[in-house]
Ligand binder design. Sequence first.
Ligand SMILES: CC(C)(COP(=O)(O)OP(=O)(O)OC[C@H]1O[C@@H](n2cnc3c(N)ncnc32)[C@H](O)[C@@H]1OP(=O)(O)O)[C@@H](O)C(=O)NCCC(=O)NCCS
Ligand SMILES: CC(=O)OP(=O)(O)O
Length: 329
Amino acid sequence: MSDLFKVIKEQVEKHQPTIVLPEATDERVLEAAVLLEKDKVVKPILIGSQKEVNELANQLNLSIEGIQVLDPNHYERFDEMVAAFVERRKGKETEESASEKLKDVNYFGTMLVYMEIADGLVSGAAHSTGDTVRPALQIIKTQPGIKRTSGVFIMVKEDQKFVFGDCAINIAPNSEELSEIAIATAETAKVFDIDPKVAMLSFSTKGSASSIETQKVSEATKLAQTARPDLVIDGEFQFDAAFVPAVAQKKAPDSPLQGQANVFIFPSLESGNLGYKIAQRLGGYDAIGPILQGLNKPVNDLSRGCNVSDVYKLSLITAMQAITQKVPN
Ligand SMILES: CC(C)(COP(=O)(O)OP(=O)(O)OC[C@H]1O[C@@H](n2cnc3c(N)ncnc32)[C@H](O)[C@@H]1OP(=O)(O)O)[C@@H](O)C(=O)NCCC(=O)NCCS
Ligand SMILES: CC(=O)OP(=O)(O)O
């Protein structure tokens, strides 16, 4: 385990927050839950039928002793949960539609976090991002002052750490949204002990090309710089000009980044999602996330391509958010 995760583990194990893993019948999730329980870092809550979870555990030769399993079909506080959901969705759900939705493991798990029965949630190993995050967008909602949540990856290889955003949520952010994503991502980087140097990415460097797309990024850069003059944010940059000092010397010699960027903001979800997967699969980086930024409580997504270690590490990050994020709901 890298130093970064050793530090997070030390921070988290003193508190052992409760993290919901709704996809109990996914082998990777069950295995990660068993490891988290064994290492006494977080208390996992699995969601599903006890019978099915027992069967999978037996098949994998895993002991789930001590791990709580909650079944939406036999949950003693289900009526209370339905009432709280209807109240939260004010006019958008009836008791009947709420009872139906709360049978879904992601809605059910998200309500456990909302009702403070659990401290955070990690899902998405077996669900699309839309199905994983929609309950959180509807129930947990964004923190005051944050218009949109976004999803970032912490990219780790040996002692190298970078943050990539938005790789998960906003399909075609406008310049205001991109500026908000850049600021939120810089703040997330600090949580991982990265002194953020933010590059706003494009296919152009400082006006080398001009189009609606490049102008959007250039405008977003100005908005972010004006809103947060204390942060180092510059753009628009091609990746090489942001990352390679010799190329930065040629393409953008006057930029404060000097080819030393460590936070990369992609102009669209197409580029962000592709970019992180290329760095992960061709570049050999560990890609942990998507970590959702700006929500009132920690709910995080996984890629369906994740492995046991990804589930474990994202659970640690979620636990860390739970103990550090004291935001009023
Ligand atoms: C995230 C996503 C699912 C939301 O879309 P959606 O479910 O159609 O959202 P809706 O427009 O119906 O909005 C649902 C609720 O979420 C809120 N919402 C939507 N996007 C939001 C965002 N980025 N931040 C905060 N809230 C958001 C809406 O305001 C709405 O709230 P309300 O019901 O209380 O009014 C959609 O943007 C999406 O599919 N993004 C791409 C996900 C993806 O495939 N990523 C690639 C793999 S990681
Ligand atoms: C984050 C992401 O790309 O998720 P998935 O691979 O499940 O679509």
